[in-house]
Every structure is written in C-alpha cells, then in structure tokens.
Design a protein around this ligand. Structure first.
Ligand SMILES: [Zn+2]
Ligand SMILES: [Zn+2]
Length: 160
C-alpha cells in the first residue's frame, strides 16, 4: 500500500484528508491548494493571496488563513520559519528532511541537508531515552551578497 501514497498527488492527499475529517473539498479550498502547489519552495500566506488575485479568484485572506491549518494537518505544508513578523510556509509532501539558513538582512532562505545531524540527534535522544517527533535546525546570519554589500559599505566609510 506504501507505493500508492507515494504516487498520490497533492489534490488526492488533501481530498482524502478532508473526507476522513468529514470536510468538503470546496471550490475555495481547491483554489488555495492549487495556488500553493505553484508556489516556490518557501512562501507567506500573502503570496497565496497575491497568486489568487492574479487568477481573479475571490478567495479572501481570511479563508486562506483558515485553510492553512488543514493543509498542515494533511501533511502537505508546514510552518517552517517563525522568526520574522510573518510565518514562512513550505511544501513538505514528498520532500526530504532539510534545514534552513536565514539571512537576517534580505530574508533569503538557503536549504541544506545534513545526514550527520540525523545521526547526532538520534544519539542524543537515545542517550536521554527520549522519543523525538520533530526537530529543527535554523542558522541565522548573513548571505554572501549581503556580506559583500556590508564590506563595501565599510570600505566606503573608511575612504571618506
Ligand atoms: Zn542576504
Ligand atoms: Zn525548506
């Protein structure tokens, strides 16, 4: 049965989830889901809203905010970065576990995979007889472009 899940689309996955919870696959929910499937890796609720505006949809931002928890519970997306003013979401369905570096200046997000980290966290949990259900690693700092800009600004200040 495992391979059936792997081949299901976002829409099927969401439909199954709604059905299990006695919820309807409404036109609004379908539009929000479709807008999400065409988003880049990381997005804000407002990005979905802009996408729907472009498509002349009348789904409100409130509806988007109400639909997001359903999409999270169905395993399609998750809130991934909570640091700033707005939550960054990303699609997680069929995506390998990964971590993020976030630039404090421009907000750029760099994804990375680290199999060693999985081993380390497994060992830490085993040593503490702890069953982990979720863990995150987020590195905050400055991306290469922003660091270059900062260095140039410093140089200019020295020259003046
Ligand atoms: Zn940056
Ligand atoms: Zn990511």
């Amino acid at each position: 049965m495992g391979c059936i899940l792997a081949s299901t689309t976002y829409e099927e996955q969401f439909k199954n989830f709604l059905k299990k919870n006695n919820l309807k696959f409404t036109k609004e929910r379908r539009e929000v889901l479709r807008a999400i499937t065409i988003q880049r890796d990381h997005f804000h609720a407002e990005d979905i809203y802009q996408q729907l505006r472009k498509q002349k949809s009348n789904v409100s931002l409130a509806t988007i905010y109400r639909t997001i928890p359903l999409l999270i519970d169905s395993g399609l997306i998750k809130g991934t970065i909570y640091g700033g003013e707005r939550v960054v979401y990303e699609k997680v369905y069929n995506k390998p576990h990964h971590y993020h570096m976030v630039c404090l200046n421009c907000g750029k997000i760099i994804e990375f995979i680290c199999p060693d980290m999985e081993v380390i966290q497994n060992n830490i949990c085993r040593n503490n007889i702890f069953l982990s259900t979720e863990y995150n690693l987020e590195i905050k700092g400055y991306c290469q472009d922003c660091r270059r800009k900062m260095m140039n600004e410093k140089k200019e200040q020295k020259i003046q």
